[in-house]
Ligand binder design. Structure first.
Ligand code: NAD
Length: 277
């Protein structure tokens, strides 16, 4: 379990990745640039973007103002670009103004196995050229991961998936853990949906912390790498200020019990049917 916001964890491919990150989705322009710089000052070292977010140019301006080797930049390829993954990677690098990515993920598995596997294989070659350090996946289910392993001969070192107490994806997270696939959790705050949940509010009051801090601390104690998003400096700081308290086993159990039945807590899309491209 990490003990500070910038602490790195070792991945199965030998690379090191900070165990806590900053989500860039739906932010752009000077607001995003200022937010990334604020996050860096607080100690964030891992920044999550994607071609789909259409903010790589703005994010890149912020990244290039920071010491390159001190930050971990992650971007992603959208399934509509699986026809030409090398061009998509090069376009992301160009937009970001960087000559390598710390991590590059298949954003969604997509609905076509052949395209997915071809894309991963093409990107393995780009990895060997040094353009990508960590090649990984996002929104892959157990079935997609097993198929990738069978066809490409490796488990991805990371899988970025929606995880929060209302949609904990317990089975998939357990599957990843046993194969040393690091879970990166997106929408770790459930986009704020649970901030007024009485169980979360009560635990927050017991510990003198905010609901957001309780949700993120739950992630850390599960050994997931959360990537919360905020553009407000005080919230960026608050979200990282979670390394001076511990949730008790009883509090963890109460948070674990918030999972909604039948995947009702899912905020995002189902990887088995999205995106149709
Ligand atoms: P999140 O759970 O991080 O919630 C973000 C929202 O919560 C913010 O818009 C803000 O309104 C609010 N918030 C943040 N900190 C707060 C605080 N301390 N107090 C009160 N409100 C606060 O949701 P997200 O942005 O969907 O997910 C985080 C990141 O995950 C994204 O920015 C993106 O980088 C990534 N992501 C990846 C995928 C994927 O398919 N791989 C999908 C969605 C998001």
């Amino acid at each position: 379990m990490i003990e500070s916001v910038g602490q790195k964890i070792e991945l199965s491919d030998g690379n090191m990745m900070p165990g806590f990150g900053f989500g860039c989705y739906k932010a752009e322009g000077e607001v995003l640039i200022d937010a990334i710089k604020s996050a860096y000052e607080v100690g964030y070292r891992f920044f999550d973007t994607a071609a789909f977010y259409e903010n790589e140019e703005d994010a890149g301006r912020a990244f290039r103002s920071l010491p390159r080797e001190k930050i971990f930049v992650l971007s992603k390829i959208w399934p509509s670009a699986f026809e030409n993954p090398v061009a998509a990677l090069d376009a992301s690098l160009k937009a970001l103004g960087l000559d390598y990515l710390d991590a590059y993920l298949l954003h969604w598995p997509g609905l076509e196995e052949k395209k997915r596997i071809n894309t991963y294989e093409a990107l393995m070659k780009e990895r060997s050229k040094g353009k990508i350090r960590v090649l990984g996946t996002s929104n892959f289910t157990q079935k997609h991961l097993e198929n990738l392993r069978e066809r490409c001969g490796e488990w991805p070192p990371v899988n970025q998936i929606e995880v929060h107490p209302f949609f904990p994806q317990k089975d998939l997270c357990g599957f990843c853990e046993h194969r040393f696939i690091q879970v990166i959790s997106w929408s770790p705050l459930g986009r704020g949906a649970g901030f007024s949940n009485p169980v979360i509010v009560k635990i927050a009051e017991e510990l003198g912390k905010s609901p957001a801090q309780i949700l993120l601390r739950w992630q850390i104690q599960k050994n997931y790498a959360p990537i919360p998003k905020s553009t407000h400096p005080e919230r960026i700081r608050e979200n990282a200020d979670i390394f001076n308290f511990t949730l008790s086993p009883d509090q963890m159990i109460k948070l674990n019990s918030l999972a909604l039945p039948n995947d009702a807590g899912r905020i995002g899309k189902d990887p088995d049917s999205f995106p149709e491209v």
